[in-house]
Design a binder for this molecule. Structure first.
Ligand code: SF4
Length: 365
């Protein structure tokens, strides 16, 4: 997009982005308020192509949601259950191992495993699970647990300090942490949406500690509920600051809130334009995070394809079986094939590439 086509109000920000200069929080709020989606896309593409060229990646992964039984009751969560609820479920270790063994035959390189804060699974259960999964294939990357699960394991299950808990989990096979549970960092929003969940400071402390141990993780944002643009920018600021400090985030994965089946069902979900706007602003603002992922589970593959020209350079993975968003009524498929992911990438004019859990290219395992 030519500079002459950019609205005057966005030109100072466009010039910063074109020159590779970091934008401010005020700039990001201005971008969120802009209706000129094409200009946002053009700016986001400048950053995207500077960092990743024409490449668009995907991952061969399988999700494991081992249980939805959870001690907390986050308002936005349609997934959680109490033990006696009809929709409560809990997978046994043999069942999980069998599911992963099956998926290994399909070439997966990563297991992405999260669950609720289970009231009675003990330390041995978690350690045995990690060890048995690792024994299936030592090269299989185990990306497991949100920050709140790690806090639960540390405080209630292992009853050990955070770093010691992470060390024990790593020795059993944990390779990286998921970015879930960040939601929106603002304390007022968290108080309304997920009272009792870890605070922003605790989420950041868990990821900082993991990064300082040499670990990597992704980071996320749950948007499109009660948050303001300023609160989104505040969330991104925390992530950018921690990334400046540790460099441990591999990619950023925003999810649009899905209100069906939750106490917040009266809220209108973010539409396609808002989802693209959020991806584009995130790409521009998070200048120190290399990769931005379009999460097709929440936004659908057609919109994720469009996002490849709004700052996104990654379409996440094959996933194979997802429960968290689908229990909230999301109608997207449960899985994607490599052929489908490569096809939408090519159709968008990008070059498909299979990646590993750290967004590095893989060809043949
Ligand atoms: S979001 Fe996670 S911690 Fe909150 S209720 Fe759902 S499963 Fe539990």
């Amino acid at each position: 997009m030519k500079r002459s086509l950019i609205a005057d109000s966005l030109l100072p920000i466009y010039d910063k982005v074109a020159a590779g200069v970091r934008i401010s929080e005020a700039d990001a709020v201005t971008l969120y308020g802009s209706r000129d989606l094409h200009a946002l896309g053009a700016m986001a593409n400048l950053v995207r192509e500077r960092k990743n060229g024409n490449r668009a990646s995907y991952l061969l992964n399988r999700y494991i949601n081992y249980s939805n039984i959870c001690l907390l009751k986050c308002q936005f969560c349609a997934y959680r259950a109490s033990r006696r609820d009809p929709h409560a479920f809990e997978m046994g270790i043999p069942e999980i191992v069998e599911a992963v063994r099956d998926s290994l035959g399909q070439g997966i390189t990563e297991i992405h495993m999260v669950g609720g804060l289970h009231p009675s699974l003990d330390a041995d259960w978690y350690l045995q699970l990690l060890r048995e999964l690792k024994a299936l294939d030592p090269k299989l990357h185990l990306k497991c647990f949100t920050a709140i699960e790690i806090q639960h394991l540390s405080q209630r299950v292992f009853k050990k300090p955070l770093e010691e808990t992470l060390t024990i989990l790593r020795e059993a096979g944990l390779d990286s942490l998921t970015g879930g549970g960040a939601e929106i960092f603002d304390a007022g929003v968290r108080d309304q949406l997920c009272r009792g969940k870890e605070s922003a400071e605790e989420w950041l402390h868990i990821h900082r500690t993991w990064h300082q141990m040499g670990g990597r993780s992704t980071c996320t944002m749950l948007f499109g509920h009660i948050e303001t643009h300023e609160q989104r920018v505040d969330h991104l600021r925390h992530l950018r600051e921690l990334q400046d400090e540790t460099g441990g985030f591999t990619g950023f994965v925003p999810f649009a809130f899905s209100p069906d089946q939750t106490p917040l069902a009266h809220l209108r979900p973010a539409g396609g334009l808002e989802t693209l706007r959020n991806l584009a602003v995130s790409r521009i603002y998070l200048d120190n995070v290399d990769h931005i992922t379009a999460y097709w589970i929440s936004m659908g593959l057609p919109l994720a394809q469009v996002a490849l020209n709004f700052g996104v350079d990654d379409l996440h993975g094959t996933i194979m079986e997802e429960k968290v968003f689908h229990m909230a009524g999301v109608q997207t498929p449960q899985q994607q094939t490599v052929a489908a992911l490569e096809s939408v990438i090519r159709e968008a004019g990008r070059e498909p590439i299979q990646r590993d859990s750290h967004y590095e290219p893989v060809s043949v395992r």
